[in-house]
Write a protein that binds this ligand. Structure first.
Ligand SMILES: *Cc1c(COP(=O)(O)O)cnc(C)c1O
Length: 648
């Protein structure tokens, strides 16, 4: 039988087993003593797709699933996700202590409800809800559920107004950028609202251009969803970029927030009051701390509701979102249910009824443990690490699409280069692609191979297509979270460059030989050995950069003849202000041990430390105020990411 795509793997496996029937028969009642043997035998009895007739021992079930989940990627190295993957020991303890509690049981677990409501109050204050108003909100399973609720509230309010005016209320539409996360499109489809997607491309920084958005707004528009922190590039939509070349730069309308200004103007002209919901899944936990003066939240009257994911930069594990309305009048009464059957009177306006109380309790743990300053320190650290990665990529083979590393003012003489407002605002996200020059020189290299090869080293970095309007652009993206330390970023930079050069055919990546899979097979014509080519570094054009010695074995170094001495990328000459000193340290070590090419070495070394003072302050590394949370040398806390604590 030839291998075809129709092979049923389970059938094949079944046929390969030795006498499965006799084996099962003989097994029953068999006494086994050796631990691992007994475990295998027990597990073998469990069917895969039907409920087992009788169960297997808890130890065997545990081991079976424990072993199976080992196939998952390592959450620490999952740079694809915005979702948080680490909490301090005390938070883990609180989760364990409270994991059997259902948040909805108000009477039974009153403390959980009080904590929930205090979280809402703290968020309302953080998002500048008007003191005179009555902000209202709830926790949700995540931003998706929160977005459903935000959208529904806008739809109900629109319908009511239309009915009152005796107008058609059957054709609602909602406007958002084509860069929107799938939750926004789900809202539109699940609740029968026409989704009007504003196309985004490189010319609009891959976010909604407010001018373009205005063309989609009419009397049937229930609202506009503005994304604070695009999942594609981390850009903030609410804030018009001040970066030259951005679509908003020519605007003469209030530059603080163009979308708001345009909708205000629209209302003056038409009388239509179009509300704005801010999707702050990531940004609503970054902007208040990193960019406290940025106007995007309830301090703008038109912003009626905001959602966020507690499990993203709220720094809680998966399973927690929040939505708040600036005033209870924006949460339509139709959406609020009065419940009596759990004891006292209770109000519910979520899609789900039951939900775990533990994530809410540890959200409060973070609020207490970190405070404003702690969240700010973590945001600053994440942004600094994201800038470092951006510069290293830009200085080598990549074009960086995210903006948070681009200064908005002259940095000459600036003391604290950590200050996020010196740069374009955005999430600590690095979106990048192979540069046009690279693609012209190495047309055989597919960008998606970088994703696959990073995966073999443990890193999970997605390569995906741009939003509608620029879906031909492939983007690699790294989300810099609390756990992605400077040390790991340095390792990531080395791995990305090493892999890229391996694909170029210039170098052998450790353990990987360039083959026809990754590029043209080496032939004597195309390739020269290092020795025969002379020293590639000595004739390189840049004299201002130190040429690290690269004593790799001749036998392992193949250099593409055609590209023997490419000029250093012009990005090399960019001033790179605050690359941490340890990067150059580790890279000079790398120079003697890693197979990075002289080009990459020079490029990365050129990001030399200018701001030694900044990165040398260990306290700035973490937000958690008490050292105890970070463990100590003698305090081993199991496995997993406990090691992270010590890195901070
Ligand atoms: C993650 C994300 C969502 C969805 O949030 P969940 O908490 O995963 O449900 C929606 N919008 C944006 C911008 C996001 O980044």
């Amino acid at each position: 039988m030839s291998l075809s795509r129709h092979i049923n793997a389970d059938e094949v496996i079944e046929k390969c087993k030795e006498h499965p029937h006799r084996k099962h028969a003989a097994q029953d009642g068999r006494q086994t003593f050796h631990q691992s043997w007994s475990r295998d035998e027990d597990a073998a009895k469990a069917p895969k797709y039907t409920l087992p007739e009788t169960g297997i021992p808890s130890k065997a079930a545990y081991q079976l699933l424990h072993d199976q989940t080992a196939l998952d990627g390592n959450p620490l190295l999952n740079l694809a996700s915005f979702v948080h993957t680490w909490m301090p020991e005390e938070a883990n303890k609180l989760i364990q202590e409270n994991q059997s509690k259902n948040q909805v049981d108000l009477d039974e677990y009153p403390a959980a409800t009080i904590i929930h409501n205090r979280c809402i109050s703290m968020l309302a204050d953080l998002w500048k809800a008007p003191k005179e108003g009555k902000a209202i909100g709830t926790s949700t399973a995540g931003s998706s559920e929160a977005i459903m609720l935000g959208g529904l509230a806008m739809k109900k309010r629109w319908q009511e107004a239309r009915k009152a005016a005796g107008k058609d209320h059957y054709h609602p539409n909602i406007v958002f950028g084509s860069n929107a996360q799938v939750a926004l499109e789900k809202f539109a489809r699940y609740w029968d609202v026409e989704a009007r997607l504003v196309p985004c491309d490189a010319s609009t920084n891959f976010v909604m251009n407010p001018h373009a958005a205005m063309q989609f707004i009419d009397e049937n528009t229930i609202g506009v969803m503005v994304i604070m922190g695009s999942t594609y590039t981390g850009h903030f939509e609410a804030k018009c970029s001040t970066h030259v070349g951005s679509p908003c730069v020519f605007s003469t309308v209030v530059p603080q927030n163009l979308m708001i200004a345009l909708v205000d103007e629209f209302q003056k002209k038409t009388g239509l009051d179009v509300p704005i919901h801010v999707d702050g899944a990531s940004g609503a936990f970054i902007a208040p701390f990193a960019y406290p003066d940025l106007k995007w939240a309830f301090d703008i009257p038109r912003v009626v509701s905001i959602n966020t994911s507690g499990h993203k930069f709220g720094l809680v594990y998966a399973g927690l979102g929040w939505i708040l309305w600036r005033d209870e009048s924006f949460l339509h009464k139709d959406l609020i249910f009065e419940l009596h059957y759990l004891g006292s009177v209770e109000y519910s306006f979520t899609l789900n009824f039951s939900k775990p109380a533990a994530p809410i309790i540890v959200q409060m743990f973070n609020f207490l443990n970190l405070g404003f300053e702690g969240y700010r320190r973590i945001a600053i650290k994440d942004l600094r690490n994201a800038r470092m990665l951006s510069r290293a990529l830009e200085a080598t083979y990549f074009t960086v699409l995210s903006n948070i590393h681009k200064p908005v003012k002259d940095l000459e003489g600036v003391e604290d280069l950590d200050e996020p407002t010196l740069y374009e605002p955005g999430l600590p996200v690095v979106s990048f692609r192979l540069s046009d020059k690279f693609k012209a020189d190495y047309g055989h290299v597919e960008q998606s191979w970088i994703q696959s090869m990073l995966r073999t080293k443990g890193w999970i970095v997605p390569n995906y297509n741009g939003p509608e309007g620029s879906s031909e652009v492939e983007i690699l993206r790294v989300v810099v979270r609390e756990t992605l330390s400077e040390d790991l970023i340095e390792r990531l930079i080395v791995d990305i460059l090493e892999i890229t050069e391996g694909l170029m055919g210039e170098r052998l990546v450790a353990g990987l030989r360039p083959s026809h899979v990754f590029g043209p097979p080496p032939s004597h014509d195309n390739y020269l050995r290092d020795g025969e080519a002379g020293s590639p570094t000595s004739s390189a054009s840049s004299s201002d950069l130190s040429s690290p010695s690269t004593p790799q074995s001749d036998a392992f170094v193949l250099i593409h003849k055609k590209h023997l001495l490419p000029p250093p990328p012009s990005a090399l000459r960019l001033r790179v202000p605050s690359l941490a000193p340890s990067l150059s340290r580790s890279l000079s070590i790398a120079a003697t041990s890693s197979p990075l090419s002289p080009i990459a070495m020079r490029a990365v070394l050129s990001c030399s430390p200018k701001a030694v003072g900044v990165a040398n302050q260990p306290d700035k590394e973490h937000g958690r105020p008490d050292k105890a949370n970070f463990g100590s040398a003698g305090e081993e806390t199991g496995q997993g990411q406990s090691g992270f604590a010590r890195q901070c």
